[in-house]
Ligand binder design. Structure first.
Ligand SMILES: Nc1nc2c(ncn2[C@@H]2O[C@H](COP(=O)(O)OP(=O)(O)OP(=O)(O)O)[C@@H](O)[C@H]2O)c(=O)[nH]1
Ligand SMILES: [Zn+2]
Length: 198
């Protein structure tokens, strides 16, 4: 077995057409009665197209893992990783933090990669429940840990700045797999280390 292993993860955006997005953004704003004929608004459709394209483009990364030579068998947890995504119902941002932990099996993962996996799935129109499960499922599939846990705490601007305007509300979701789901002690330890009162 190699001493390290990497898997290059690249997100493709098939069918992206920024010129068409810019044109559509201009039509969208005009349909809402916004006059684009001023120096500061003239470039806004272009900014909107590029802005959303940026929100929907995760950075490519190498998933680097190492052999677990010390047989480390306790939790590894990275908490308070900043996270931002876009709710697929309103296309407004939701933002907060994600806590990602796992119980190592034969390999351990480069710590930064946990945050990169989260970014990978956050950079697309999302719902928080699916995002939480996708991060956990992907790590389970590629790292083969004995357990994996993901908690996201996020504020949805579609719920705080508009609509019901529940300012300050936060949504918490979790996905637990393997021993973190099945073993009550591990589960409790995960939530305690993540700083979530379960
Ligand atoms: N489950 C889930 N719901 C979300 C998420 N992001 C946004 N929503 C919700 O999606 C729902 C869409 O509801 P609709 O009734 O179709 O939209 P709406 O008329 O704009 O609803 P209001 O936000 O209540 O004004 C809202 O209740 C949002 O709060 C998410 O990540 N998960
Ligand atoms: Zn929304």
């Amino acid at each position: 077995m190699p001493s390290t292993a990497t898997l290059h993860v690249l997100h493709q955006a098939p069918g992206r057409d920024l010129a068409a997005a810019e044109e559509a953004a201009a039509a969208f704003l005009e349909a809402l009665g916004i006059d684009l004929d001023s120096e500061s608004l003239r470039q806004t459709p272009r900014r909107m197209a590029h802005g959303y394209a940026e929100l929907f483009t995760p950075r490519a990364f190498d998933l680097t893992t190492f052999p677990n030579d010390e047989d480390y068998d306790e939790l590894v947890l990275v908490r308070n990783v900043p996270l931002r995504s876009v709710c697929e119902h309103h296309l407004l941002p939701f933002a907060g933090t994600v806590h990602i932990g796992y119980l190592p099996g034969e390999r351990i993962i480069g710590l930064s990669k946990l945050a990169r996996v989260a970014e990978h799935f956050a950079c697309r129109p999302q719902v928080q429940e699916r995002l939480t499960k996708q991060i956990a499922g992907w790590l389970d599939e590629h790292l083969h840990p004995r357990g994996v846990g993901v908690v996201i705490e996020a504020e949805h601007s579609c719920m705080t700045l508009r609509g019901v305007q529940s300012v300050g509300s936060a949504t918490v979701t979790s996905a637990l797999l393997g021993a973190l789901r099945d073993d009550p002690r591990s589960r409790q330890e995960f939530f305690a280390l993540a700083g979530v009162h379960a």
